[in-house]
Design a protein around this ligand. Structure first.
Ligand SMILES: O=P(O)(O)OC[C@H]1O[C@H](O[C@H]2O[C@H](CO)[C@@H](O)[C@H](O)[C@H]2O)[C@H](O)[C@@H](O)[C@@H]1O
Length: 394
């Protein structure tokens, strides 16, 4: 197999699409990512004609690049072929299941303060068609509540903070909404709460009027695209195309692009069947993670062990920060191979729930054994580990 890297950059929108072209004797695959991939993953089989069309660097190809990038976030386009399966196995070797590696993970965190960072959509709740109905299960809420008893825990979401809070409804957590641009500490009931009213941080307040203006404009201009939905996430916007006929994706991308042309201070990123519009400021989920660690007093701490679980491209910024710090690790929730800086993987949100139970179960056992032995005082630092049996419903 030969590989060729091609980067299609859209300077107007800020969307950089790196395509790795993998040519085998029988087929061509491309890997689409926002930066050149470090490891194989996310293979999409496309026709030779279409591939060549995409590689033409002209105005038309820009929109094609957008649309292919939109398709890349859609698992329905992943074909199961022998080479794809081969790549999947290779990907799993690089990003083993967090459940299977549980003992090793717990070993690595021994004696360290675990801090949990959890993405919401696709991590705590399953992906559904209607973004307003992305409810988390009672069981998931119970496990997150339990987890937060042992570790400082933060929800880091692309959604508006109030909205994600209304889904999670746990006052003892930290919440970082709008991709980390809107952070608030626990309202009550957390021993990890810092200061009087807790931490409050908003990185992009001056963009509020602009975001509202663009929201109105996008709502108006996407009215003619059946299924399109614009969501106001306070400091950023989401244009959903999950329910839009694929033939209309290109038109929708054009509309978003034409609106954004007038707003050079806004940039476009992509999530799972969603175009996300946000300020060009250097702030993302990775920065939010660093900010929260600092707020919790772990800025220069060597015995902190942050764990970030997420499913989306925007979570990659946090995975990268963890890699750069050489602390803790990232877990990508995904059924398909994706380019990622996460160390481990989980297939779906229910597995994350099991992982949490196992983690807090391990700590609970440790706390109990310490109480019996009169050992170490601090909770949340794992000494002994007990893996809970798998949940019945899994
Ligand atoms: O950072 P996250 O918490 O993962 O938020 C990212 C986006 O999540 C939501 O959209 C996604 O979930 C929806 C409900 O399952 C689904 O319909 C949509 O296709 C997904 O992209 C949220 O609605 C967006 O505003 C967030 O940007």
């Amino acid at each position: 197999m030969t590989n060729q890297n091609v980067v299609v950059a859209d300077t107007n929108s800020g969307l950089n699409l790196a395509i790795t072209v993998h040519v085998t004797n029988s087929s061509i695959f491309t890997t689409a990512a926002q930066k050149p991939p470090a490891a194989p993953g996310g293979y999409i089989s496309i026709s030779r004609k279409k591939l060549l069309k995409n590689l033409e660097i002209n105005g038309g190809a820009r929109i094609n690049a957008w649309v292919d990038s939109m398709k890349a976030s859609s698992p329905t386009h992943i074909k199961s072929t022998p080479s794809v399966n081969e790549e999947q196995s290779s990907w799993i070797l690089h990003h083993p299941s967090a459940l299977e590696m549980f003992e090793q993970i717990i070993d690595a965190s021994k004696g360290k303060q675990i801090v949990m960072f959890l993405d919401y959509d696709g991590t705590l709740s399953p992906i559904v068609d209607d973004p307003d109905k992305a409810f988390m299960s009672k069981q998931m809420r119970a496990t997150v509540r339990k987890l937060a008893r042992f570790f400082p825990t933060a929800i880091v979401s692309g959604r508006c903070r109030d909205k994600v809070y209304n889904f999670v409804r746990l006052a003892e957590l930290y919440y970082a909404g709008s991709h980390g641009m809107d952070i608030k500490g626990p309202a009550k009931g957390s021993k990890y709460k810092k200061g009087g009213d807790g931490v409050v941080f908003q990185a992009a307040s001056e963009f509020l009027p602009m975001i509202d203006e663009v929201y109105e404009e996008l709502v108006e201009k996407t009215k003619t695209t059946p299924g399109a939905k614009v969501e106001n996430n306070k400091f950023c916007l989401s244009v959903h195309y999950r329910c839009v006929d694929e033939k209309k994706w290109s038109g929708l991308a054009q509309v978003v692009k034409s609106v954004l042309k007038e707003y050079p201070k806004l940039r476009l990123t992509q999530g799972r069947k969603v175009l996300e519009i946000r300020p060009t400021i250097k702030w993302d989920k990775g920065k939010a993670l660093e900010f929260l660690l600092e707020s919790l007093g772990f800025a220069n701490c060597t015995d902190v062990f942050p764990v970030y679980i997420g499913d989306d491209r925007t979570d990659e910024d946090a995975f990268k920060v963890l890699r750069e710090r050489g602390q803790g690790f990232g877990i990508l929730v995904s059924k398909i191979p994706k380019d990622t800086s996460a160390s481990y993987s989980l297939q779906e949100p229910t597995q994350a729930s099991y992982g949490f139970l196992a983690t807090s179960g391990g700590v609970e056992t440790a706390a109990l054994s310490r109480a019996v032995k009169g050992g170490v005082k601090s909770r949340g630092r794992i000494e002994t580990v007990q893996i809970y049996p798998p949940l019945q419903e899994m």
